[in-house]
Design a protein around this ligand. Structure first.
Ligand code: NAD
Length: 295
């Protein structure tokens, strides 16, 4: 079944996601503040609106893919007013659990349905329609959104009520941030002990140190040809976004009284690392700060 979809936020992730919806036969009208993003989307089958509200005005489904919570909150006032009653709101941005609940409440109050549906898989996953979606909402809302998300992803998981998708996303990225630092520290130590990158990789990739940060996004060049370390950490998952996600996880830990000591330390390390130009590098570039005086 195809839908009329309004899509707001056509950036690195939203652009290819909207393009995949259009490719699947949905009628997609998109909007982004950036003229470049609008032009790129138009080349991929997305009808471009003159404002966010205009993109939502006929939409059965309204999808947002925006940088942070404040952008979502700002847009939701406008979008929930503009959309036809009973529209299904789907926020795919990574934002705080509390903000996701407030956004869903706002949509519900004016007669819409709403889910949070943040993603994992990065820009390659958005382009290949192989994202993982983590959904927070009622059973009925999940049943409606699942086929729409399936056009942009490979796995759609119902995590619980409103906010549960963001909770899963923050917990997952806390694992990722901590494990990337652990893998990077292991390579730094291995180097100083005279161990080659390949030897450490060959052992850890098939031993108990195995994890995504090692086997897919390896922070040293060589063992994993597609990892950003092979091209000086350009592109990939920006350190500044990892710093944002770890900050949200640390705030959630504080709000719920969980120590999350290593998650908080990872948040501090990434916040310091992501300042300035390094923020645009892949998050695995944090290894460059972990080698100590000898390198
Ligand atoms: P991006 O900065 O490339 O895209 C965001 C887009 O939103 C921009 O094009 C910007 O112009 C637009 N925008 C901002 N405010 C707007 C408004 N009021 N109206 C219309 N458009 C507006 O960011 P991205 O990499 O696409 O990430 C989007 C979200 O997805 C973030 O929350 C991020 O944390 C999350 N995410 C990103 C990745 C990744 O690898 N890039 C992976 C998983 C999740």
């Amino acid at each position: 079944m195809t839908h009329t979809i309004g899509f707001v936020g056509l950036g690195n992730m939203g652009g290819p996601m909207a393009a995949n919806l259009a490719k699947a036969g949905h009628r997609v009208t998109g909007y982004d503040l950036s003229p470049d993003a609008r032009q790129r989307a138009a080349r991929h089958g997305v009808a471009v609106a003159g404002s966010a509200a205009e993109a939502a005005v006929e939409a059965e489904v309204v999808i947002t893919m925006l940088p942070a919570g404040r952008h979502v909150m700002e847009c939701y006032w406008e979008l929930t007013e503009a959309a036809p009653s009973g529209a299904l709101f789907v926020d795919c941005s990574t934002i705080a659990v509390g903000d996701a609940r407030v956004a869903a409440d706002l949509a519900h109050t004016v007669g819409h349905r709403a889910v949070d549906a943040p993603v994992s898989g990065g820009v390659p996953g958005a382009e290949a329609a192989s994202l993982t979606f983590m959904v927070g909402g009622s059973d009925a809302e999940f049943a409606e959104v699942e086929p729409v998300l399936a056009a942009m992803g490979r796995k759609v998981v119902h995590c619980g009520p409103a906010g549960a998708g963001q909770a899963a996303k923050l917990c997952n990225n806390m694992i990722l941030g901590v494990s990337m630092i652990a893998v990077s520290e292991a390579f730094a130590l291995g180097e100083s002990l005279g161990l080659s990158h390949q030897a450490l990789f060959d052992v850890a990739a098939t031993a108990s140190g195995q994890c995504w940060a090692l086997t897919t996004n390896c922070p040293v060049p060589g063992p994993v040809p597609a990892s950003p370390a092979n091209w000086e950490y350009a592109a990939g998952f920006a350190a500044v976004l990892m710093a944002k996600d770890l900050g949200l996880a640390a705030d959630a830990a504080t709000a719920s009284g969980v120590p999350a000591e290593f998650g908080r330390r990872a948040a501090e390390s990434y916040a310091a690392f992501a300042q300035g130009e390094a923020g645009e590098l892949d998050f695995s570039a944090i290894i460059t700060t972990l080698r100590g005086d000898g390198k």
